[in-house]
Design a protein. Structure first.
Length: 341
């Protein structure tokens, strides 16, 4: 079902009808309504979204063809000699004698066939009996018509109107949407889908998967700020969480042993670790800086109720040896521990 917050109000073509002015007898073919949305502006020139808006009978409001320019002109056909705003029963907008009330409306300049924003205020339709619509309520249209022969007949084209529903007694009215939504107006489509649990009775497993024989070898050392420094990657590994029902979340921690070369030792705090979430919804922990690392620290976590599945992880490693370290190759172990929240 389509919903719209801004409605499109367009002239709708009707069958030909006899056109008779008040107290006169003359007729011509029904005019051609001019298609186009009508936008409503208040007395300060501010656009009013019409859908659901309740107007008072005496509100000072106007209609324009533009949502951004209140002064965008309406164009009458070449045979138009005058124009009128009107209040008419819905369905009788093209029957001149059916107008309940009306008021003259001028062109922008002498010789021009253009009209500016026209008044939609029912109380300003000063000729006729506009009070009938206020007392009785019901379905009405507020419009603008290009006319000729001193208003007796319609011009060849140029009729616009806004259908409204009037509340009896108070005269309050709301616009009736007609046709499609205005291009660019918000529209929504209701969607519905049904899902089933991954496992109807129990959660799946939570597991840590590190490649067999995994080993991280840091690159060739180089002097950085006068200290032997080497960098590398820990290597990708995964945490798989199939607990689609409980979604408890998890925490992953890392701990590092001291680095050893025979009888020589370098403290584990010299290994900097920057956890990386390669893919998945987990969050990486803060980096451990070489020289001040704690040796045992959080690596990553998945919050409760977060989307479960497979998380791929890695880390940047930086090893900085103290100045008095014996030259050589040092080894250590990094242990990963996975726990449910």
């Amino acid at each position: 079902m389509l919903k719209s917050n801004f409605a499109r109000f367009a002239a709708v073509g009707l069958a030909a009808a006899a056109l008779v002015s008040l107290g006169a007898t003359a007729a011509n073919a029904a005019p051609v309504p001019t298609e186009g949305p009508l936008y409503v502006y208040d007395g300060n020139g501010i656009l009013i979204p019409t859908a659901g808006h309740v107007f008072d009978w005496n509100d000072n409001i106007s209609a324009s063809l533009s949502a951004t320019d209140m002064a965008a002109p309406f164009h009458c056909s070449a045979d138009a000699t005058d124009s009128y705003t009107f209040l008419a029963p819905q369905g009788q907008e093209l029957t001149r004698s059916a107008w309940q009330a009306y008021a003259p409306n001028g062109f922008t300049a002498e010789g021009s066939k253009d009209l500016l924003a026209f008044t939609l205020s029912p109380y300003q339709q000063t000729n006729g009996t506009q009070g009938v619509a206020k007392v009785n309520g019901g379905k009405w249209s507020l419009g603008l018509a290009c006319t000729k022969d001193n208003g007796v007949n319609y011009a060849s084209s140029g009729v616009w109107w806004l259908p409204v529903t009037v509340e009896a007694g108070t005269g309050k009215f709301t616009a009736d949407p007609v046709g499609d939504p205005v291009v660019g107006s918000p529209a929504t489509i209701d969607l519905e889908a049904t899902t089933v649990p991954v496992a109807p009775d129990v959660d799946g497993p939570l597991s840590l998967n590190v490649p067999v024989g995994a080993k991280a070898t840091l690159g060739a050392a180089a002097l950085v700020n006068g200290l032997s420094t080497s960098t590398g990657k820990l290597g990708e590994f995964t945490v798989t969480d199939e607990r689609a029902l409980s979604k408890k979340g998890w925490t992953l921690t890392s701990s590092v042993a001291d680095f050893v070369n025979g009888t020589n030792t370098i403290d584990k705090k010299q290994l900097g670790i920057k956890p990386i979430v390669v893919s998945g919804t987990a969050v990486a922990a803060a980096a451990q800086v070489a020289g001040s690392a704690t040796g045992s620290a959080p690596f990553a976590e998945l919050a409760p109720l977060a989307a479960v599945g497979t998380t791929k992880l890695n880390a940047d490693l930086t090893f900085v040896a103290p100045k008095d370290s014996v030259v050589g190759t040092y080894t250590s172990k990094l242990t990963l521990t996975l726990a449910s929240k």
